[in-house]
Write a protein that binds this ligand. Structure first.
Ligand SMILES: [Zn+2]
Length: 88
């Protein structure tokens, strides 16, 4: 993988952002990719789903770990959550 390779979110077709994993628990350390598009249907749908299922105001974004080649939702509590870890 080169610097210029873009990881595309399968839900909205936007380029995902490089994101520094906090290295806690299940996430593992290193560079991950997260879709920070606020119009992403996956993220937008998440608010309703979390409210219905858990009665919380939260959502999740599409997240990809290149080390394990796994895609998982990553929980967010507002639209700015996790953005401080974006790597430009
Ligand atoms: Zn997306």
């Amino acid at each position: 993988m080169t610097e210029n390779d873009k990881i595309i979110c399968p839900h909205c077709n936007h380029a995902m952002s490089k994101w520094a994993s906090p290295g806690e628990s299940t996430w593992g350390e290193g560079i991950h990719f997260v879709c920070f598009n606020d119009e992403c249907p996956y993220y937008k749908r998440g608010w309703e789903w979390m409210k219905e299922k858990y009665n919380v105001n939260a959502s999740y974004r599409h997240h990809y770990n290149p080390e394990t080649n796994a895609s998982n939702p990553i929980p967010v509590w507002d639209e700015n959550a996790l953005r401080s870890k974006i790597i430009e």
